[in-house]
Every structure is written in C-alpha cells, then in structure tokens.
Write a protein that binds this ligand. Structure first.
Ligand code: ADP
Ligand code: MG
Length: 766
C-alpha cells in the first residue's frame, strides 16, 4: 500500500526537487519516475537556478529585448509553479490515503486483540474444567483401588473394575491430547498477537515518518509560495517597466513624427528660398544688362559734352585773337581805327557766340534731364509690363484653378450657302443676360428649348482670330512646360477642321494649329534674350479604325517595312518619365513656321477621307498634331518640357444617321468606340480625383496615346463644334449634352497648386 506507482512518482519528484535521498521506504527504482510523468520535471537546482536567475542585457536601454527576456522568465516561472502545484496536489492525496490505511489497520489490530483475549479466557476456562475433572477422576481411581483392597479379590468384580480403569485411562489420554492441542492453539494466538503488535508498531513508525514528510512538504510549500509571490512581484515590476517602456516609445514616436514634420516644413521653406534665390539671380542678370546699357548711354552723352566744350574753347580762342588785334591797333594807330570797327564787330560776335554756347549748354542740360526722366518712365513702364505679365499669368492660372483644368468652348459655324435652307435664328439663340453673355447657348428641338452654358460660346460671326485670342494663353503654357490638349469635337461638317486648320489657301482664315505655331515661334524669339533656348519636334498621325498612320512618313525606310510586317509598327510606349513614344513614327525637328506649314500640307495630303452619305469630304479618322517643346535656360540652368496636342476628332454623328454599311459601318463603330472611351477617360479622371476609379486609358488608341497629357496637371480644352442646320439639331443636341457633361468634370484640382507654384516661379524668371 505504500509502494504504489503513484507514490513512487511523488517520492521521486520530491527527492528530485529537494535533493534528499529516499526516506527509507523506497522500493522502486528512481528511473521509473521520469517515464511515468509526462510534464516537465524540475530539480531543486533547476528551481533555485530559476529563482536566482539574473537578467543580463547587452544594451540596458534595449527595452524590447528586456521585455522579451522578462516574458520568457515569467513563462518559465509559471511552468515551474504549475508543476509544483500539481506535485503538491499529489502529495496531499497520498497523505490522506496513508492516514486512512493507518486508521484501518489500527482498528483491525484492536479487533484482533479483543478476539484473542476472548479466546484466551475461553481456553483458560476449559483448562480449569479439565483440571477439575482430572482431579475428580484421580479421586475416583483412588477410591476404587481402596475398595478393591477392602473387598478382596472378587474375579467378576475385578474384571469390571479393570475395564472401567482402562476406559478411564483412555478418557484421560483424550483429555491430555485435547489439552495439548488447546495449548498449541493458545501459543499460535499469542504469536499472532505478537506479530499484530509488531505491525502496529511499524505502522505507527510509518505514520510518524509520513507526518515528518508532510511537515517538510508544508515547509517547502510555504517556501515555494514565497518564491511564487516574489516571482509575481518581479512579473508585476516587469510589466510596469514594460508599460513605461511602451509609453516612452510612443512619446518618442510622437517626437519623431513632429521632427519629421518640422523637417518637411524646413525642406519646403528651403525650396521656396532656393526658388526665390533663382529668381533674384535672374533679376540681377537682367539688371546688369540694363546697367551696361545705361553706362553706354552715359558714355555717349559724355562724348557729346566733350564736343560742346571743345566748341566753347574755340570761341574763347577767338576772343584771344581779337585782343591781339587790339594791341596791334594801339601800336599801329592807323590800323586801330580801321580795325576798331572790326574789333567791335568781333566783340559783338563773341558775345553772340558766348550767348549761343550758354544757350546750347542749358539746352543740353534740359535735354539730359528729359532723357533721365524718360528713362525713368521707361523703367517704370517696363516694370509695370513685367508685373502686368506676371499678374496676367497668375490670373490665367487662377481662372484655370477655379474652373478645373478641363474647359469647354462651343463654336457655332455660320450657315453656308450649301446648307439646306433653315432658320438658324429660330433654332439657336444666345442669351443676353450679363452672366450668360458669351457663355450661354439655347437650342430648340420640337418646340422645346434646351439651355447650355460653357466657358465660352463663339457665335457664327466670330473670326478665327477671336477664337485664337481665347486659347493663346493655353498655347503659351505649353512653352511654360505644361502638357496641353485641344480637341475639336462635333459631327461631320460642323467646322472642326475649319477651327483647327482653317481654310486652305486663305491665310486670314487659318486655324488654331498654324496660329498657335506662329505664336510659339514668336515667343521663342522674344525669350531668347532672357536666356531661354527651345527645341521643337513635330509629329502628325491619324488614328483610323484603331490603327495609327504616320502622316509624315516617306515610306522609304526599310526597317519600318520590316516592323510593319512584324506588327510592331506604331506601338505606343510610355516611359517612366511620362514621355510617350510611338515606334517608327516620323518626328521632325522644326525651327520655323514655314517648316511647320510645309509639314501640315504634307499631312493634309496623306489624311484619310472617306465618303458617307452625309459629307463627301468628312474625315473618318482622328488627326493628332503633336508639338514637343523642350526649353533650357542657359543662365539659370532651368529646363522645361511641354507638349501641345491639337486633335481634330473624327465626326461624332451616330450610326443610324450616317446610314453606313460594310466598311463605313466598321469605321463608324471604331469612331464611336474611341469617342466614348475618350469621354470615359475624362469622366474616370474626374471621379479619380475623388479616389474612386481606375482610368480606362487602354480602351482606345487615342486615349492611350494621350494618356500622359490627360488629367493630372495637364490642361485640356475641348471645342464642341455645332452646325446651325435645321437637319442637324438632333446631333447638335447630342454634342452639346456630351460637352456639358465634360464641362461638369473637374480634373487636376488637387495637384494644380504645386504644379502652378513651380511653374510660376519659373515664369517669373522667363
Ligand atoms: P468638319 O471638319 O467638322 O467636318 P469642316 O471644318 O470641314 O467640318 O467644315 C465644314 C464646312 O463649313 C467647310 O466648308 C468649312 O469651310 C465651313 N465652316 C466651318 N466653320 C466655319 C466658320 N466658322 N466660318 C465659315 N465657314 C465655316
Ligand atoms: Mg473635318
């Protein structure tokens, strides 16, 4: 009952923990213990090592490492405590069990003692009785023998007496045998009693041992409890330290963030200062030029003064000679009189010349003053001009900012002699209220009036020049490094090509493309004096049925043909810096308007025209004119890269109306698809500003080609061309609705400010 497996395990664990050898009751080998117990065992050394463990850190302030170590230590302590609690439970259970066994044994012993005592008493009684009967039988025997002697020898009686004697002897023998067996029994019972007493004594010993063992366990338990408390305290301390560290860390993070913010503001202010410095450097350069001019002027004036003083000296010499004559007159009295007249005349002359010299001098001074005044005026005027230019650019950019970087202009062409007779005045009208003047358009359809308003509405009588004036600022911003797109949208015959290119053979009626280029080349010339040098490249292409055609191709290039066979020709590629490259596309360096107009003629020749029922000359393709501008200011080392895209879109008329079939049907479908993906891109860009959507640039060649120039900080302008014909009202309404939707889009608002600022600092120099 003592040496059970469980008991062995507990004892083993105890001895392992306390480091004491078996208390004398061990009968099982110690090796069993480890294999029976699945949980982790701790030796006393282990526990002591754990309790006296000290944390060592490479870096005292590495709170993370400290925290991790502490957590690990806590984990191990918890494991040890758990193991110990299990062990303690086992001990308590075993102790209880042993106590019960002891009580049971004691009870049995007492019972056995009582039974033995009873048996002894019984046996003693039997012995006493037997002794009594033995005594009475001996008495009887003696009596009989004496009777025999008295009576003499009677044979019959003698025989009987001998018989009874024999019987008596027999009973005596029996009696003696039973006595012997009883005393044997007694001896056995006494032996049993002795062994029971011995067992009681041993049980008592064991009980004492167990009690000792129990008390030592309790002692150990209290010690462990103390250790646990200490460990808990150290855990608590660790946790407190950890929270302090975490707090420290978060404050440090806050400080780091604020420092970063400060850094970025410092950087911004540094950038601003750098920009101001650049501006000042440039101003100094221009002022130096002016100073040189002023110096030259001054030198010129000084030489004039010298000439005048030389004249004065000449007059003075004349006076000296007249004095000589006087002296000669005195010595030669004859001559005096004759010469006195001469002298008087000479004196008079001298006076007059003196006077005139004085007059010239005052005149010269007055003129000098006037020149100075005029120069001041000129400087003032120049300063005002520069300021005015700056203000104008700022206002232009502010207008764009207010509007968003996409704007829509509407242009209504006049009724042509060929047009079907309709009453334009009745169909299209222009509101005259102050706020809608030049911005509103009303169109009647089936007696219903539809009103639209755009950034600008050009009435039929407005000239090409009037239209160009409105976009010249936009063209200008291409030179300032912006990406600019100008589209002409509208049904066939509404005046897109007229607006973009103008009327061939009529220089006065030339369109936006030639006018823009003239302006760009003029501005380029005027910026030359400020150190700006521009390089320009032109490419022209058309997109017909979703395929690109190079309008400047000479078709003589062998590699081009090879690429065309491989299907690699005219692939659109965007590089990392946002530049678009079309493989094999002819790109021509240009430096004059003449070169460009030659190229435009060449392109016009190559352009695809198709025939539909609507208009024999209608263009069935998108025409894209691209001017790449790269400018370098050698004095300030500044660089700008602008792009001007001028796009004459294909006719927007709907499928049903063009009445097309076959190839023409395919054309119309391709056009409709690319126009709708253009609008999809514009709408998606407007939405993207609100961070909603993906922009489907890849849905058409046109949008993919123009991807870097749409949205972002680029500037887009769309002309919606309207035909006043009565038969076109439906198409016109469609175009106006489309334009109104585009007009409602705002693209580039959040990014505009930075791009504006950077461009403006450059503009103030350029
Ligand atoms: P689209 O290119 O849209 O098909 P066009 O530019 O070819 O249209 O114009 C159709 C016709 O209308 C042409 O003969 C053109 O000269 C004429 N036209 C267009 N707009 C005007 C205008 N504002 N003033 C005078 N004639 C115009
Ligand atoms: Mg056209």
């Amino acid at each position: 009952m003592v040496g059970t497996a469980n008991n062995a395990r507990i004892r083993q664990a105890f001895s392992v923990v306390n480091g004491i050898q078996d208390l004398g009751l061990s009968s099982n080998p110690a090796s069993n213990a480890g294999s029976e117990c699945g949980t982790i065992e701790f030796t006393r050394e282990d526990v002591e090592a754990l309790l006296s463990e000290k944390m060592r850190y490479k870096n005292k302030f590495n709170y993370k490492e400290r925290c991790e170590n502490m957590m690990d230590y806590i984990k191990r302590l918890r494991l040890c405590i758990k193991w110990f609690q299990e062990l303690e439970g086992d001990y308590a259970f075993e102790h209880e069990r042993l106590r019960n066994a002891l009580e049971l044994s004691e009870q049995k012993c007492a019972e056995m003692e009582l039974a033995l005592r009873n048996k002894e008493e019984e046996l003693n009684l039997i012995i006493v009785e037997l002794r009594k009967s033995f005594a009475s039988l001996q008495e009887k025997l003696a009596k009989e023998e004496s009777d025999k002697l008295v009576r003499g020898l009677d044979s019959e009686f003698n025989v009987a007496a001998l018989d009874s004697l024999a019987r008596e002897k027999e009973t005596r023998l029996n009696m003696e045998r039973s006595h012997a067996s009883l005393s044997e029994d007694l001896g056995k019972a006494q032996e049993e009693l002795q062994s029971a007493n011995q067992r009681i004594a041993s049980i008592n010993d064991m009980y004492k041992l167990l009690q000792e063992y129990n008390s030592s366990l309790q002692h150990y338990n209290t010690k462990l409890q103390k250790d646990i408390d200490a460990a808990h305290e150290s855990i608590k301390r660790g946790e407190k330290e950890k929270s302090a560290i975490v707090e420290n860390l978060s404050t440090l993070r806050g400080q780091y963030k604020s420092l970063q913010e400060q850094l970025s503001t410092y950087k911004a202010s540094q950038d601003e200062a750098m920009r101001q410095k650049d501006a000042l450097v440039h101003e100094v350069a221009s002022m130096r030029v002016e100073l040189q001019q002023v110096r030259d002027d001054r030198d010129h004036q000084l030489s004039q003064v010298q000439a005048l003083t030389a004249e004065v000296i000449k007059h003075k010499e004349l006076a000296v000679s007249s004095e000589d004559l006087e002296a000669r007159c005195a010595s030669q009295s004859n001559q005096i009189r004759s010469l006195s007249d001469q002298l008087a005349a000479a004196e008079e002359k001298l006076e007059v010349s003196d006077l005139s010299a004085l007059e010239t001098k005052t005149e010269f001074e007055g003129q000098k003053k006037l020149i100075n005044e005029l120069r001041n005026h000129l400087e003032d005027a120049e300063y005002k001009l520069i300021e005015g230019e700056k203000l104008r650019k700022r206002l232009h950019n502010t207008i764009l900012e207010l509007k968003g970087n996409i704007r829509v202009f509407c242009r209504v062409r006049p009724l042509l002699p060929d047009d079907s007779s309709g009453s334009e005045g009745k169909l299209i009208s222009y509101p005259t209220t102050t706020e809608a003047l030049g911005r509103g358009i009303d169109i009647m359809q089936n007696g219903q009036k539809h009103s639209f308003s755009f950034d600008r509405v050009f009435m039929p009588d407005e000239s090409q020049e009037d239209v160009f004036v409105e976009i010249s600022q936009l063209v200008q911003s291409a030179l300032d490094g912006y990406k600019v797109c100008i589209f002409a949208y509208g049904q066939t015959g509404s005046g897109k090509t007229y607006t973009m290119m103008g009327k061939p053979g009529h220089p006065d009626l030339k369109g936006l493309i030639p006018r823009s280029l003239e302006q760009i080349f003029q501005t380029r010339q005027s910026l030359l004096s400020q150190g700006w040098k521009y390089e320009m490249q032109v490419s022209m292409l058309e997109i017909y049925n979703e395929t690109i055609r190079d309008l400047l191709s000479t078709n003589r290039d062998a590699s081009r043909l090879e690429n065309a066979c491989n299907g690699k020709q005219y692939a659109i590629k965007h590089d990392a810096s946002g530049n678009t490259h079309v493989t094999d596309l002819t790109v021509v360096d240009v430096c004059s308007t003449k070169e460009v107009s030659y190229l435009l003629d060449r392109a016009a020749h190559s352009r695809s025209v198709g025939k539909t029922q609507m208009n024999e000359q209608s263009s069935r393709s998108h025409f894209v004119f691209t001017l790449r501008i790269s400018g370098l200011n050698e004095s300030t080392e500044q660089q700008v890269q602008g792009i001007l895209n001028l796009i004459d879109l294909a006719g927007s008329e709907r499928l049903s109306k063009s009445g097309s079939t076959g190839d023409r049907l395919k054309e119309t479908q391709a056009i409709n698809k690319s126009l709708s993906s253009l609008s999809d891109v514009i709408f998606a860009l407007a939405k993207k500003e609100k961070k909603e959507d993906h922009v489907p640039f890849r849905n058409s060649k046109l949008t993919y080609l123009l991807q870097p120039c749409l949205g972002g900080d680029s500037k887009t302008l769309m002309f919606v061309n309207i035909s006043p014909e009565a038969s076109s009202v439906g198409e016109s309404l469609c175009s106006l609705r489309f334009a109104a939707r585009v007009n409602a889009c705002e693209i580039g608002t959040p990014r505009r400010q930075t791009s504006m600022r950077s461009s403006e600092s450059r503009l103030s120099l350029g």
